[in-house]
Write a protein that binds this ligand. Structure first.
Ligand code: ADE
Ligand code: ZN
Length: 334
């Protein structure tokens, strides 16, 4: 009881949230019907069956195959608006103060949607929620690592105006990790930074890939933080570097269980990160698919680790310090 209200009240910042991963089964079917999208023949027939099928992912790719089908039902600006508004409305009740939202332009531009339509839908919801609840947001575009370098580069061209004027605040890298190591994207990251030197950089690394993915993301892509990064624990040198250079990991506990990175949350190196002074935040990744939003992830960490108030203060403070919000917002949250 007390613990739940304590964890609800802690000011939370989210840094690892794919907006397409907030598509609840119910909304997926509603939008498919509204937009006349034919789902694959072997797709579950109801939202209940779809939700039940999410227990059976055996790895990241298995999940991504379903996630990309879900993306196809998003067609109009209003669909992206509704999706984002539903996410932000939910987390407004969970003590969320600031969130950095990923979107995957290529999942939509490949279907001939314009990047502006997608961006504007997301942004409209963010602006409304700021007025209503004071929650601040930043929007980060992610490149899909299973797409060609040319396609990624062309996607930067499509986003050029949004990157140049700072509406897109950061660049990330997601999708199938293992066959596509970070160093493949060195030139693409360089090009993005040239469009706007203030663009913030991150990348998924060390979810399924080993700790060399983390090192190469830092060395070749010049990222400032690492999404997931839990396999850093396999290399003491990497752990030492993350602590010394204050590189934050955006850890996603429930995601790691559902995608079988670990068997249960107790196997995550949360205590080791705390002991080693590695900054990390706790995030939901794709909450509609992984069984919980940000507070659910906090609660599961607490259920498994029984952290002290001091530990939680360390986590909450690092999540604020690692945020890409404006400096005065940081001060306000600290
Ligand atoms: N796209 C959406 N969620 C992802 C994850 N957890 N890892 C890689 N790509 C993703
Ligand atoms: Zn992710």
């Amino acid at each position: 009881e007390n613990e739940i209200s304590f964890l609800t009240e802690i000011p939370k910042c989210e840094h690892h949230l794919h907006i397409e991963g907030t598509l609840e089964p119910k909304l997926l079917f509603e939008l498919a019907e509204k937009n006349n999208i034919n789902l694959p023949l072997n797709f579950p027939a109801t939202h209940e069956e779809l939700a039940a099928s999410y227990n059976n992912f055996s790895n990241l790719q298995d999940f991504l195959d379903v996630y990309y089908i879900g993306c196809n039902v998003l067609i109009n600006e209003d669909d992206f608006y509704q999706l984002t508004l539903e996410y932000l409305t939910k987390v407004s009740k969970q003590g969320l103060k600031h969130t950095e939202i990923f979107f995957d332009p290529q999942s939509h531009t490949s279907r001939n949607l314009s990047i502006d339509l997608v961006f504007n839908g997301i942004k409209k919801a963010c602006d409304e929620i700021f007025v209503e609840f004071g929650i601040t947001t930043k929007i980060i575009m992610c490149l899909l690592r299973h797409c060609s370098i040319d396609d990624c580069s062309a996607t930067l061209d499509l986003a050029e105006h949004l990157i140049k004027d700072g509406k897109i605040h950061g660049l990330g890298l997601d999708s199938s990790e293992k066959p596509f190591p970070p160093e493949l994207f060195e030139q693409v990251y360089l090009k993005a930074k040239q469009l706007n030197p203030e663009l913030r950089l991150t990348a998924h690394a060390g979810e399924e890939g080993d700790s060399s993915y983390i090192t190469n993301a830092l060395n070749k892509l010049n990222v400032e933080r690492i999404d997931h990064g839990v396999r850093s624990i396999e290399d003491p040198k990497v752990i030492e570097r993350l602590a010394n250079e204050k590189i934050m990991l955006s850890v996603c506990p429930l995601s790691n269980v559902v995608l079988r990175v670990v068997q249960d949350v107790s196997q995550l190196p949360i205590k080791k990160f705390l002991d080693a002074n590695v900054p990390f935040s706790i995030n939901s990744d794709d909450p509609a698919y992984f069984g919980g939003y940000i507070l659910d992830n906090y609660l599961e960490v607490q259920r498994r680790f029984k952290l002290t108030k001091k530990d939680w203060a360390f986590i909450a403070t690092n999540a604020i310090l690692g945020s890409w919000c404006d400096e005065d917002r940081k001060t306000e949250l600290l």
